[in-house]
Design a protein. Structure first.
Length: 75
């Protein structure tokens, strides 16, 4: 029951944030320039940061796991 209220609260905060930051901003990267909502730009920036952190964490776990299997497997 608490998880439902927590999900509703998070959705409400995201909705309010999106409505308040709806003005378009221009993003320029090298030769490209495009306009997008500020809320979308912030959301995509946070999402890319989460994905990069997850990839780093997963690669660390893979290295740790592969380090454990130094002994050859029995035939």
């Amino acid at each position: 029951m608490i998880s439902i209220f927590l999900a509703i609260a998070i959705i409400a905060v995201i909705t309010i944030f999106s409505v308040q930051n709806a003005e378009p901003v221009t993003i320029t990267l090298l030769f490209w320039a495009f306009e997008a909502s500020l809320a979308i730009v912030i959301f995509l920036s946070v999402l890319s940061g989460i994905l990069i952190a997850a990839l780093i964490a997963i690669s660390g776990k893979i290295k740790k796991f592969s380090g454990r299997r130094k002994s050859p497997l029995p035939l």
